[in-house]
Design a protein around this ligand. Structure first.
Ligand SMILES: NC(=O)c1ccc[n+]([C@@H]2O[C@H](COP(=O)([O-])OP(=O)(O)OC[C@H]3O[C@@H](n4cnc5c(N)ncnc54)[C@H](O)[C@@H]3O)[C@@H](O)[C@H]2O)c1
Length: 428
């Protein structure tokens, strides 16, 4: 596995758990040192145990030495990041191409080179071209095997995937990939093989579709708020239609994370390159950007336009529960904005303190919910961590009349009314 991040580490550990010998390579020395000393650099439920078990069994190795890892491997997964490029909205493929060149240097026998990173259509062709500059055709095959795991559920998603997509222009290589995934296929996972470009497209088309679902229900929530309807009921009523499905149909903050925002931007660039207007996806980007501001405006409205010196507790800052990933989280917009307006913010996140907020004078991290909510004017529930679902508000807020903005609809209006709390939620 080249790249030992959320995808490379989880997939590497899980492939080792299936009995393979796996080298997890990363150019980040600190990360590899941590892993070799038994620490896990990311928060992912269940990962620690799998890493430890397979490390002890000597099936899982962590190294900065790509050359040794490549030489010893039959199948090489590229799992490096593909963030949004600084110049435009496209995917920055420099990490992928750098990894490709390093792999190329060390090809000593036939290798299957797999892109697990999310890469635009045609990237496999470019990787192939780069390798062909220095190595013979018969020494390698480039395959696309996009990853669909969700942070926070990554182990389960690896072990019980809805489908495994392999895109290859070579039947023999597809067979080898099928063999690698056999233990999962035997447990019921669908193995779907297609051409390399097809697999690359499936990944983007899937993410763009899921992002569209979220943006869609978020807009419905806006309409529900104006029309006195409960968006939760709308979600349930819609979701029971099998053609629609209930997942990714929960209203909340603007979607974030390391995938949806960057992937939907990247696919519109691909669309433009091929002279195809992906207008729906472009609208989703706009809608989600608007939402980041809309929810901050709502906070200001709840505070009756008096933000200066208001004490605010933010519960959960990651883009979703069960991960420490802050990439594109809507809290990264909301907290600095409220801070700039003069609010004093305390936040608590079960995945720990966040480096990014350290630079703000009046933003501090608390060790638990109780501490964060002590003597505040407003509590914002930003992330749906389980521990925020059973808060005894009366106890933690004592007598003070406190406002609560529940951006995840974890509580019900009647219950909060009974408790005498000034409660606001999304689309209800
Ligand atoms: N995070 C997810 O939930 C998820 C899910 C599906 C797909 N993906 C895709 O998988 C890819 C990786 O995502 P991630 O979240 O794991 O990224 P990440 O940033 O957590 O990890 C990438 C790692 O690659 C390393 N790296 C970069 N260049 C390298 C090189 N030349 N040699 C060795 N290591 C190198 C970095 O140091 C980093 O540790 C992205 O394309 C992403 O879109 C991510």
């Amino acid at each position: 596995m080249i790249g030992t991040g959320y995808v490379g580490l989880v997939s590497g550990a899980c492939f080792a758990d299936l009995g393979n010998t796996v080298y997890c390579v990363d150019k980040n020395k600190e990360k590899i040192d941590m892993l070799n000393s038994g620490e896990i650099p990311i928060f992912e439920p269940g990962l620690n145990e799998i890493v430890r078990k397979n490390y002890i069994a000597n099936r899982l190795k962590f190294t900065n030495d790509i050359s040794n890892a490549v030489k010893h491997s039959d199948i090489i997964f590229i799992c490096v990041g593909t963030p949004t490029s600084k110049k435009n909205k496209s995917a920055n493929l420099s990490f992928v191409f750098n990894a490709t060149k390093e792999i190329r240097k060390n090809i000593n026998k036939f290798k299957i080179i797999v892109t697990k990173s999310t890469v635009p259509v045609g990237t496999g062709d470019k990787i192939e071209k780069i390798i062909l500059m220095k190595k013979k055709r018969k020494l390698f095959e480039v395959i696309s095997n996009p990853e669909f795991l969700r942070e926070g559920e990554a182990i389960r998603d690896f072990r019980y995937p809805d489908r495994i997509v392999v895109g290859s222009n070579n039947k023999k290589a597809t067979k080898k990939m099928e063999f690698l995934y056999k233990p999962l296929i035997n447990k019921g996972a669908t193995f779907f093989s297609t051409k390399r470009r097809g697999a690359e497209m499936i990944k983007y088309a899937s993410n763009a579709f899921l992002a569209t679902k979220i943006a869609y229900i978020n807009e419905m929530a806006n309409l529900c708020e104006k029309t006195g309807i409960n968006v939760e009921e709308v979600s349930l009523g819609m979701g029971q239609d099998k053609r629609i499905g209930g997942r990714f149909l929960r209203a909340g903050p603007a979607f974030g994370g390391s995938c949806f925002p960057k992937d939907i931007k990247a696919i519109t660039v691909t669309g433009d390159e091929f002279n195809t207007d992906l207008s729906i996806i472009k609208s989703v980007i706009k809608s989600n950007n608007k939402r980041r501001i809309l929810l901050v405006k709502k906070v200001i409205k709840i505070l009756k336009n008096k933000v200066k010196n208001k004490k605010i507790a933010v519960l959960g800052v990651t883009f979703k529960a069960n991960t420490d990933d802050m990439r594109e989280s809507s809290s990264l917009i909301m907290i600095p904005f409220l801070h700039k307006k003069g609010a004093k913010i305390k936040y608590y996140d079960p995945s720990g303190e966040k480096k990014y907020f350290k630079k703000f004078k009046n933003v501090s991290f608390c060790e638990n919910t109780k501490e964060a909510c002590k003597n505040v004017d407003l509590i914002i529930i930003h992330t749906e961590w389980d521990e925020f679902k059973t808060i005894d508000f009366k106890k933690i807020t004592k007598s003070k009349k406190i406002k609560i903005y529940d951006m995840r609809n974890l509580y019900s209006h009647p219950k909060m009314k009974r408790l005498g709390l000034d409660y606001y939620s999304i689309g209800r």
